[in-house]
Design a protein around this ligand. Structure first.
Ligand code: WTA
Length: 656
């Protein structure tokens, strides 16, 4: 943890001494107000999870073994059978909850749809039949590339219903990124839309989908949801309108009983190499953990709550806390299509007031942006319906935490800062609203049934102070592997500290045993809560014909957490900045990966600082990007390079 920026964070956090016990208001009807769940799980974590699985879910066949753990492979609820869609829909309708709203959809232009559990079940059955009609069988992979519209949830549930694992690709990713994911998963069908609404206009999706399908070989059919009403080309025999398929499909589609360990979905995420990895999540354990955590972390009262998670379904937060966790719990969710500042900077608060949202789950980047927009925006709306407010995706600084608590939560709502990852499937570290005394900026403690330890460089347990976050026991929602790369799975997560899952995050334990997450300690950046690997952006830059070499670092940014800064050396003959503009390079990255990976700033430099063994010195580049004093440069092959880069960094204006 010699990193300077982490050192500064540690220092700032050490001064944070405010504490907030649960308020009387929340304790009055909270699901849990004491340590009983923690005590039960500490006694026997397998028995604890087995009780949750039995109470929260319906099983077609009971399991015979709770946990089969052969490090690094875990199997949960072995022998058990269940269907995720049946757990999210059928059983609620059968229990008389058919009229309960499952999804309040709010389109960016202001159009709305109210979808009850009965409606959702009917639509999912028809679409599941439509997929079968296109030849999708149990075990086949289906790619989903959609805007934030109800059809995204419907498509996921339809896949789950027939046992076809889905792979959702965030709609902001480029056609190239989509093609890579289609190829890796060997998907048979792609579900997309003509376009979606964003920032007041329609963004087309179908052209990117077409490009991806043309450059891959496995997609047999493309299903197109009509949303943007933009003109699209439909390929005869290959492309089908969603609404036509659904209209023609049979109404009844029985849910396929799936093995607890059958693959539910793949979700690609960035690691420390240039190639995204297909994180594998299975059925019974995953659904148990997301249902449990959604219920207790948000202190869910499903009959009265209106729950809103502002993430996109393309990320794991959307999978676990827009779709699977909430629907398994028969909750009413709000789903919003667009950006927070359309038509005005108060759109989120307008939505909270309109639907009387009680539980809100958003990201620190959004909170810091709202802080910049000013208290007058939330002040235009009545936010008193809110009861619990959550944060996810990146470390939340104490100032943003306090602002969220005071301005959005009116000082009455517990803030739940939830730490977890695509790989963990569900929330791992978080307060429980009625039971935990919070501290601004701390995710507090591991949830019941979750065992974590902070260790030092050598892997020794740290009782107090900073180190690396590890997980010491298998948990039900844990990834089951990386699709087609078992060795990479072992090496990436279990290789560094024997017997421990290493999460890639730094963490600190304070004197009271509270956990403070400090961000990534590997080559993964966190930009606005989105994981992007430095190597991925470097590969994208190097794939531009004019680029010889590139080094990418994440530099601290007050709004987005980190910002992508690239140092690029052009090929000789292409060194003329006039012919290869910085914007060309930024757009090239957007084309390769997606707009979220566009470097904020690119510095063109004659050379990159390297050690004598040829390793690029990223820490030095980060120091330059963050304007820090440069330390010892004696290990460098050519120290003058650094002065040259530093001079350019001061002289080059920042891009927006
Ligand atoms: C970071 C998102 C601090 C962390 C659910 C982790 C956090 C990465 C928090 C996973 C938090 C997520 N406090 N850092 N509450 N939540 N992170 O896979 O670095 O997109 O490793 O999953 O986000 O990002 P992912």
């Amino acid at each position: 943890m010699a990193d300077d920026s982490t050192g500064q964070t540690l220092h700032a956090l050490a001064d944070e001494r405010r504490t907030f016990p649960p308020t009387e208001r929340i304790k009055a009807d909270a699901l849990t107000v004491d340590t009983s769940l923690y005590d039960e799980a500490a006694e026997d974590d397998e028995a604890f999870w087995a009780r949750q699985a039995a109470e929260l879910l319906d099983w077609d066949t009971e399991w015979t073994t709770v946990l089969d753990w052969q490090l690094p492979y875990a199997k949960w609820f072995v022998g058990g059978k269940l269907n995720v869609a049946a757990n999210c829909l059928d059983r609620h309708v059968a229990a008389g909850l058919g009229d309960r709203v499952a999804i309040h959809f709010e389109g960016e232009p202001g159009d709305t749809r109210t979808i009850t559990y009965a409606d959702l079940l009917a639509e999912v059955q028809r679409f599941a039949n439509a997929l079968k009609g296109l030849g999708v069988e149990k075990g086949d992979r289906v790619n989903i590339y959609l805007p934030m519209i109800p059809e995204a949830a419907i498509a996921m549930l339809a896949c789950a219903r027939i046992g076809a694992p889905h792979s959702v690709v965030f709609g902001g990713f480029s056609s190239q990124a989509l093609a890579d994911r289609i190829d890796d998963a060997e998907a048979k069908v792609l579900i997309t839309a003509d376009g979606g609404h964003r920032r007041g206009s329609v963004f087309p999706l179908k052209p990117a989908a077409d490009e991806a399908v043309e450059s891959t070989t496995t997609i047999e059919h493309v299903v197109v949801v009509k949303r943007g009403d933009n003109d699209v080309d439909m390929v005869d025999g290959r492309d089908h309108w969603y609404h036509e398929l659904v209209e023609a499909a049979d109404a009844d589609c029985p849910a396929e009983p799936m093995d607890s360990e059958d693959l539910l979905f793949l979700l690609y995420t960035s690691g420390t190499t240039g190639k995204p990895k297909g994180i594998m999540h299975t059925t019974g354990g995953y659904l148990t953990q997301v249902a449990f955590t959604h219920k207790y972390v948000f202190d869910l009262h499903a009959e009265t709550d209106v729950y809103w998670c502002t993430a996109d379904v393309g990320w794991v937060t959307g999978h676990s806390y827009i779709v699977y966790g909430p629907l398994a719990n028969a909750a009413t969710v709000v789903m919003y299509e667009g950006v927070p500042n359309y038509p005005g900077n108060d759109r989120f608060w307008d939505i909270v007031e309109k639907y009387k949202v009680t539980k809100l789950y958003t990201a620190p980047t959004a909170i810091r942006t709202f802080m910049k927009w000013g208290v007058e925006e939330p002040a235009k709306h009545d936010l008193t319906s809110l009861k619990v407010i959550g944060s996810v995706g990146e470390p939340i600084n104490p100032e943003a935490w306090m602002w969220y608590r005071e301005v959005i939560g009116g000082g009455e709502c517990p803030v739940v800062d939830t730490w977890w990852q695509t790989e963990t499937g569900g929330i791992m570290i978080s307060p429980l609203p009625g039971a935990t005394t919070t501290k601004p900026g701390s995710a507090t403690f591991p949830l019941p049934g979750i065992s974590v330890e902070v260790v030092d460089e050598a892997g020794n347990k740290v009782e107090r102070g900073g180190g690396y976050l590890t997980i010491t026991r298998p948990w039900p929602g844990m990834l089951r592997g990386i699709w087609r790369h078992p060795q990479r799975y072992h090496d990436a997560y279990w290789g560094r500290y024997p017997g421990r899952y290493f999460a890639g995050d730094g963490a600190k334990l304070d004197d009271d045993g509270y956990l403070w997450l400090l961000g990534r300690v590997d080559d993964v950046m966190n930009v606005s809560g989105h994981r992007i690997s430095t190597t991925e952006v470097e590969s994208a830059l190097v794939s531009h014909p004019a680029v010889a070499e590139a080094a990418v670092v994440g530099a601290t940014d007050t709004t987005t957490g980190q910002a992508i800064i690239a140092y690029v050396t052009l090929r000789s003959g292409a060194s003329d900045v006039q012919s290869v503009g910085i914007d060309d390079l930024r757009n090239h990255v957007a084309g390769e990966i997606g707009a979220i990976a566009k470097p904020k700033t690119i510095y063109l430099t004659p050379d990159l600082p390297k050690t004598r063994s040829g390793k690029i010195m990223r820490r030095l580049l980060r120091d330059i990007a963050e304007g820090r004093n440069l330390g010892d440069t004696t290990t460098l092959a050519d120290a003058s390079v650094v002065d040259e880069i530093a001079a350019r960094a001061t002289a080059t204006p920042q891009e927006d």
